[in-house]
Ligand binder design. Structure first.
Ligand code: HEM
Length: 516
C-alpha cells in the first residue's frame, strides 16, 4: 500500500524519477502549487508541517524506517498528534497521539475509513474486489461482513483448532529433530514462516494445498505480491505519472503478471472444491465462501481477491510476531524463565505438547504476546486510511481525499502514556500491572496493532489463537540459546521496513530438549 516502502529500492529509484521529471514538471508543479494554495485558503487551518523541498515535499525525511522517522518528525512538528507531510506531491496526515488516533478511528471513523487509490493493488486484486484495499462503500461493507460473520468468528476460529494443533505438532517435530541431532542452530525465521503459511493454507483450503507442492508455490507468490505492493511505487507519490500511458501500462502489466499466477493456483483449488471431490469434517475458508456465494453475489474474481487478502494479511503478520517474541525472550532471560515456569506448571508433566485447553490459565503468556505487539506491531503504520470529505479535528482541517497514516508503533512507545515505554515488560499487562486493563481490541488508542473502528483487522482472533498455541509449545519442550558465536544480549533487533516491519537478520537459535 501507499506507505509500503521497500528500503533497498527506495532511494535509487526515487532519485531516478526525480532526475527524469525535475526538468519538465517544474512548470506543472508551480501551477499546482498556486492551485493548492488557493484550495488551502478554503480549507481553514491545516495541521502543521516540517519544512519541505519543492517537488519531493518531505519524502527525503521519511527514510528507511518510516515509522521511526515519522515519530521523530512528529515529536518536533506535530500538534495534538497531528502533522501534515507531503510525500512527493501527495499531502498525507500523520497521526501520532492517542487522542488524535481516537479522533480518526472512532469519532470521525465514518468519514476517514476509506483507502487511498493504489494502481498496483487495483490491477492485482481485480479492481480492488477484496476487503483490505477496497474503498469505503457497499462492496467493502458486504465483503467485510462476510469475513466477520461467517469466516473469522470466534466459533469458526475455535473450529480450526485441530488443524492448528496439527501444524504446531509438525513444527515441533522439526525442532525436536534439530535438537536431537545437536544442530548448531535452527533458522527460526524459516521455521516460523513455514508454520504460518502452512497453517493458513490448511485453514483456507483444507488438504488441497498439500497437493503438488502448492504450499511452496503459494509462498513464492506471497513474496512476489509483497514485492509488488510493498515496493517503491512512484505513482503513489507522484500520481501524475499515471497520466503517462506507457508508465501506466508497465505498472499494470507487472501486477497482472502476478495476478495471473494467483489465478492459476486459486482457480485449481476452487475448481477442486466446486467439484466436491472431498468432504471435510470442518469446512475450510473456500467451502465457507462458496456456500455464501449466491447470498453475497460473489463472482470467481471476488472469491480470489478475498483469498489473496486473507493469505496476505494472515501470514507475514503472525510469523513476524512469533519471530519478535522469541528474539525478545532471548534478550530478556528472566521473562523467558517466568514464561516457561508458567507453561510447565500448567501442562501435565510429560504431556507431548501443549493443547488449546491448557492455554486458559496462561496469563503471563498472553501478557508476553501483548507486550510484543506493543513494541513490535508488524504493520507499524497500519494500512493507510483515506479521508472522504473535509474533517475538522482539534481546530485543524483534514482535507478530503488525502491518505492518513496512523503510527501505531509510535503510539505503543509513547512515553507520556506508557511507563518504561521502551522496555520489554509483560508484567505491565498482568492483574496488578500498570496497564492491566489495556487491550488491543480497538478501544485503547495507545495500543492498536490491529487498528480500530471500521477497518479493524478481522483476523485478530485467528492470529491470537495461532500465536498462543505456537509460543506455548516453543517454550514448553525446549530451552533456547543463541548460537555460541553470538552474545545473548546481542540478539540483533535491527528492523527493515517493507510491507511490514521485518527483522534485518534471520533469527538463528539453538534448541535444547527440556524433556524427551
Ligand atoms: C498478528 C497478526 C495480524 C496483525 C498484527 C494484523 C494487523 C492488521 C492491520 C494493522 C490492519 C489494518 C487496519 C487498519 O486499516 O486500520 C489489518 C487489516 C486486515 N487484516 Fe489483519 N492482521 C493480522 C492477522 C490477520 C489475519 C490472520 C487475517 C486473515 C485471516 C487478516 C486479515 C486482514 C484483512 C482482510 C484486513 C483488511 C480489513 C479492512 O480493510 O477492513 N489479518 N490487519
Amino acid at each position: 500500500m501507499m506507505m509500503s516502502i521497500r528500503v533497498e529500492t527506495m532511494l535509487p529509484q526515487a532519485l531516478l524519477f526525480l532526475a527524469l521529471f525535475l526538468s519538465y514538471v517544474a512548470l506543472l508543479h508551480l501551477a499546482k502549487r498556486s492551485k493548492s494554495k488557493q484550495q488551502q485558503k478554503g480549507h481553514g487551518r491545516l495541521p502543521p508541517s516540517p519544512p519541505g523541498l519543492p517537488l519531493i515535499g518531505h519524502l527525503h525525511l521519511v527514510g528507511f524506517l518510516p515509522h521511526v522517522s515519522l515519530r521523530r518528525l512528529a515529536g518536533k512538528y506535530s500538534r495534538d498528534g497531528l502533522m501534515l507531510v507531503r510525500l512527493g506531491s501527495v499531502p498525507t496526515l500523520v497521526v501520532s497521539s492517542r487522542h488524535a488516533a481516537e479522533a480518526v478511528m472512532r469519532t470521525h471513523d465514518h468519514l476517514l475509513a476509506s483507502r487511498p487509490p493504489s494502481t498496483v493493488a487495483h490491477a492485482l486484486l481485480n479492481d480492488s474486489l477484496d476487503v483490505a484495499f477496497a474503498t469505503y462503500g457497499d462492496h467493502w461493507r458486504q465483503a467485510k461482513k462476510l469475513l466477520t460473520t461467517h469466516l473469522l468468528t470466534v466459533r469458526k476460529v475455535q473450529s480450526y483448532r485441530v488443524g492448528r494443533e496439527e501444524e504446531v505438532r509438525l513444527a515441533m517435530a522439526k525442532v525436536s529433530d534439530a535438537a536431537k541431532e545437536g544442530l548448531q542452530a535452527v533458522d527460526m525465521s524459516e521455521l516460523l514462516y513455514a508454520f504460518t503459511t502452512d497453517l493458513m493454507c490448511r485453514a483456507v483450503s483444507g488438504r488441497f494445498f498439500k497437493v503438488d507442492d502448492r504450499s511452496r508455490r503459494f509462498r513464492e507468490l506471497l513474496d512476489a505480491t509483497a514485492a509488488l505492493i510493498g515496493g517503491f511505487n512512484a505513482e503513489d507519490y507522484f500520481p501524475w505519472l499515471l497520466r503517462v500511458g506507457v508508465y501506466r501500462r508497465v505498472i499494470c502489466a507487472k501486477a497482472k503478471k502476478v495476478r495471473k499466477r494467483w489465478d492459476e493456483l486459486l482457480d485449481k483449488v476452487i475448481d477442486a472444491h466446486e467439484g466436491k471431490q472431498v468432504h471435510q469434517q470442518e469446512p475450510d475458508f473456500i467451502e465457507v465462501l462458496l456456500s455464501h456465494q449466491h447470498e453475497y453475489g460473489l463472482t470467481r474474481d471476488h472469491l480470489k481477491a478475498l483469498l489473496i487478502d486473507i493469505f496476505f494479511g494472515g501470514t507475514d503478520t503472525s510469523y513476524l510476531v512469533l519471530e519478535f517474541v522469541m528474539a525478545e525472550l532471548l534478550r530478556n532471560p528472566q521473562v523467558m524463565s517466568k514464561l516457561q515456569d508458567e507453561v510447565r506448571r500448567i501442562v501435565h508433566k510429560g504431556q507431548e505438547m501443549v493443547t488449546e485447553d491448557d492455554l486458559t490459565g496462561m496469563n503471563y503468556l498472553k501478557a508476553v504476546i501483548k507486550e510484543t505487539l506493543r513494541l513490535h506491531p508488524p504493520a507499524p503504520l497500519l494500512a493507510p486510511h483515506c479521508s472522504m470529505t473535509d474533517v475538522h479535528i482539534n481546530g485543524y482541517t483534514v482535507p478530503a481525499n488525502i491518505p492518513i497514516i496512523i503510527n501505531a508503533w509510535a503510539l505503543g512507545r509513547d512515553a507520556t502514556v506508557w511507563e518504561d515505554a521502551e522496555d520489554f515488560k509483560p508484567e505491565r499487562f498482568m492483574d496488578t500491572g500498570s496497564d492491566a486493563d489495556i487491550n488491543f481490541k480497538g478501544n485503547d488508542f495507545q495500543f492498536v496493532p490491529f487498528g480500530s473502528g471500521r477497518r479493524i483487522c478481522p483476523g485478530m482472533n485467528f492470529s491470537i489463537s495461532t500465536l498462543e498455541i505456537m509460543l506455548a509449545n516453543l517454550v514448553y519442550r525446549f530451552n533456547w540459546e543463541v548460537p555460541a558465536a553470538k552474545e545473548k544480549a546481542n540478539v540483533d533487533m535491527t528492523e527493515v521496513f517493507w510491507l511490514t516491519v521485518h527483522r534485518k537478520e534471520k533469527l538463528l537459535l539453538v534448541p535444547k530438549m527440556f524433556f524427551v
